[in-house]
Design a protein. Sequence first.
Length: 216
Amino acid sequence: MYIFTDASTNQKDGTSGVGFVVKNANRKRIFSGSQALMCANNNSAELWAIAYCCQLLQEAGFFKTKEDIHFFVDSKTALKSLQNSNPSDDLSLEALQKIDTYLFQKNTANHLENVAFYQACGHYRCSIPFIAKGNHEADQLALHARQELENFLFRKKHFQNIVDIKEKRHKGEPLYVLENPEVRPQTPTKICSFHSSQDIFNISAFAQEASLQHCS
């Protein structure tokens, strides 16, 4: 299987979205998903994209067959964290622990043969069309998940402001207050659920066959 993961992070408001696309040996899209979470660290979000993907695939039974898995990630920092297993923050460490649990620990739900990670050039900069397209699809899923979370939080805040103003006017209280800075959660907050996608289209064949080591 070929798996593409990506993350989209807005550090100002601490929102992130992750996306992943799974394709089989025939380069057909067989599964995809997205997740919105509260996370201001892009490296952590990139690792959580891999962790969420591994969790979903194992629970769906994709890891029960003996096959090779190829991950394509456009974050060099995330790949270094995977290689060293020594992240600088607890959020990334938790993601790495989940990746290890779902991907590398052999059990009844995991019979994978080989697992490989590759650094891909994001945003269509890769010279291999298949990898460039997969990365772009994961990027769009992540971006859409983050934007949905931002819209949700904006509507929630706007609605709460209207309620507060009405209550303060009713009580005769001043309409302005000094608020404390928002404290961001230390672990991702699940906002929406995974959603899967069936095999909805075929990936066009390579113009020329290219080996995986040329992907970066």
